[in-house]
Design a protein around this ligand. Structure first.
Ligand code: UDP
Ligand code: MG
Length: 320
């Protein structure tokens, strides 16, 4: 039997882009159906992430035009990761495989053929990996690559240059549903689920229209979330720094005592100041990092819902 594929697409303020990319996704579904790789019950599922523009109206219109288009909307903007999760959790009961992809045309949809083939060969997770970034600005490339290096250096296992373009089977999603955390970093979480996986490579294009929703500030916060939700290495590093600084202070102490007995009664104001400032700084950073983890624990203990679907373009009970 051929698998039913759901392409899950998060959309936030994408009225400029959607009319261009939506038909491309549909064409891809039709092509894969024709090639006998997937079932005709396959769908293009848009997840409107509480857009403030006409995105949801466009999605509803699309759903009227072709039965392969369906859409859900979140009750408000919850961010990219939560939007993808909402779509995947919704789709897992309706299909056999999902492919999550951004709606801005940056990820090459032709890589889907290879992804579906890899699934047919027994892989349950297929990571889409960018093999070059020449269409990104130097700054974006530099920060993005630094991001992966930082994450891996900090012990969060992520596939280099893989964003959220990925095939995941509903079997994996059913297991994934047991990962209850609210601080989501999907690309770091899927490797934890296990199962047979592989990567396919593609060239990344420029955004078709509109603007990136990932300015540096959001990227940094995603990197921080990635590190602090997947690893406790920063806490170990603090301990390490603490030990190192204490050692240095000990040396300084011995040095000042020796200086004192040598009759060098220079008040040593500067060295004391340096030490005080340095240790003060280290303490503040340490408190900050520990505070991050405490804050995370606080958010997790609330167990708030990670997404709320307020509307659908279809009747869920009728879909399967
Ligand atoms: N997105 C979303 N909610 C948000 C921000 C972004 O659903 O709060 C979607 C957006 O519509 C796009 C994808 O996430 O489909 C990736 O966003 P973007 O292209 O702006 O990021 P970049 O590719 O620049 O990292
Ligand atoms: Mg993009």
């Amino acid at each position: 039997m051929k698998p039913v594929l759901y392409i899950v697409i998060p959309c936030y303020n994408e009225e400029e882009v959607l009319p261009i990319t939506a038909p491309e996704f549909l064409a891809k579904i039709n092509e894969l159906v024709k090639l006998d790789k997937i079932d005709d019950k396959s769908r293009v599922m848009f997840v409107n992430d509480g857009s403030k523009d006409k995105t949801w109206e466009i999605i509803k219109d699309l759903a009227k035009q072709d039965e392969h288009y369906i859409g859900i909307t979140q009750s408000r903007n919850r961010g990219h990761q939560n939007a993808v999760l909402a779509g995947l959790m919704e789709a897992k009961e309706l299909c056999d495989i999902t492919i999550s992809i951004d709606c801005d045309g940056q990820d090459d949809i032709n890589a889907m053929n290879e992804m579906v083939d890899a699934y047919a060969d027994g892989c349950e997770i297929v990571y889409g990996v960018r093999n070059k970034r020449d269409t990104d600005t130097f700054f974006k490339r530099f920060t993005a690559e630094g991001f992966y290096k930082l994450l891996n250096g900090m012990g969060a296992e992520v596939v280099f240059n893989h964003a959220d373009y990925r095939l995941v089977s509903s079997r994996v999603l059913n297991e994934f549903a047991n990962y209850k955390e609210v601080n989501l970093f999907l690309r770091g979480m899927f490797p934890l689920v296990g199962f047979k996986s592989t990567s396919v490579y593609y060239a990344r294009n420029e955004r078709i229209a509109g603007e990136s929703h990932y300015p540096l500030k959001k990227m940094l916060s995603l990197a921080f979330d990635g590190i602090t939700s997947l690893s406790v290495k920063p806490i170990h590093m603090i301990t390490g720094t603490g030990i190192f600084v204490s050692f240095i202070s000990l040396v300084l102490l011995v040095y000042s005592i020796v200086q004192h007995f040598l009759g060098n009664t220079d008040p040593g104001w500067s060295s004391i100041m340096v030490a005080v400032c340095f240790i003060g700084g280290i303490q503040l950073i340490s408190l900050g990092v520990i505070g991050e983890y405490v804050g995370k624990t606080y958010m997790e203990t609330k167990q708030r819902p990670r997404y709320i679907i307020s509307e659908r373009t279809y009747d869920k009970s009728e879909e399967k």
